[in-house]
Design a protein around this ligand. Structure first.
Ligand code: SF4
Length: 286
């Protein structure tokens, strides 16, 4: 057991039936998704994972609760050694494996340790947290033993006002860029995912900052206005800010945003080594 609260978020400890889930939908090119937690303290206002909450209360309270799958390591350890060799695993699809509770309970790290010892998985790690660099030793170990690891860091804007409105509890853009640059220079296969791309205040400088990380692969995807519509409070404020920054009223925000997205995409496509878009970008990289 670990803490029962992290800041404003309540933490519960639950028993799970399985730790690996057969991948489907957007992730159907993978064999499994791996979610050490349910719920996510980062509380992004656009998070589609909120829709998979068990209750309307949990959905509306998204970002203020986390459930730790306390039997996750037992479930992983019970798998036959080698049974995940070559299996494509996406960690994580409905939570962030490096959200703040991970510092306390180290569940993601323990799962990686078991996989490094017993399997050769092909693993894609998806996070918004600089804490991912803590586990670079394990990413390298998995590769040395014949598995593969790609780390995707999500960076959605260069504007801290926008980041605070849409990703209220996430680490800053700069911290994320520094972390993925560190992972890249530490020999980890790294990628930056702008998924979704929010508003960018200085596209050429943003392209330079992204390129300066040394990362060679980038994925971009537009913001979906319909997703996340039930996370009411902060989302409304975020959309007001978007309209204000785009210089329009809320009725025009979708059209103006799509023009903005196209403009930024074309600058990034010119300034970055490899930029892929949408579901295509999320194809397994191995
Ligand atoms: S970090 Fe990912 S899982 Fe967590 S709230 Fe944001 S989008 Fe959702």
């Amino acid at each position: 057991m670990g803490p029962s609260r992290i800041g404003e978020a309540r933490v519960e400890y639950v028993s799970s039936r399985e730790i690996l889930t057969r991948a489907s939908g957007f992730m159907d090119a993978y064999d499994f998704t791996l979610n050490p937690y349910s719920g996510c303290f980062f509380g992004c206002t656009y998070c589609y994972a909120a829709f998979f909450s068990h209750s309307a209360a949990d959905r509306d309270d998204w970002g203020r609760w986390v459930k730790v799958k306390e039997n996750a390591t037992e479930l992983m350890a019970a798998r036959r050694p080698g049974s995940l060799d070559g299996k494509l695993i996406y960690m994580s699809s409905v939570t962030d494996p490096y959200q703040p509770i991970e510092r306390e309970v180290k569940l993601t790290r323990q799962l990686l340790e078991i996989m490094a010892e017993r399997h050769k998985p092909k693993l894609v790690i998806q996070t918004r947290s600089p804490d991912v660099t803590r586990d670079c030793d394990l990413f390298r170990l998995i590769e040395e033993k014949g598995g593969r690891v790609r780390v995707n860091m999500t960076v959605t804007t260069d504007d801290e006002d926008v980041r605070r409105a849409f990703e209220p509890y996430c680490p800053s853009n700069d911290a994320r860029l520094r972390a993925i640059a560190e992972a890249q220079s530490d020999g980890v296969d790294a990628c930056i995912t702008m998924t979704p791309l929010l508003l960018v205040s200085g596209p050429p400088a943003f392209a330079n900052d992204l390129a300066a990380t040394g990362v060679k692969k980038f994925i971009i995807q537009p913001f979906h206005f319909k997703r996340g519509k039930f996370i009411a409070t902060t989302r409304e404020k975020a959309l007001d800010l978007m309209a204000e920054k785009l210089g329009c009223d809320r009725t025009l925000v979708i059209d103006r945003y799509l023009e903005h997205y196209e403009g930024v995409r074309s600058i990034l496509a010119d300034g970055l080594p490899e930029l892929s878009e949408g579901k295509d970008g999320f194809k397994p990289p191995f």
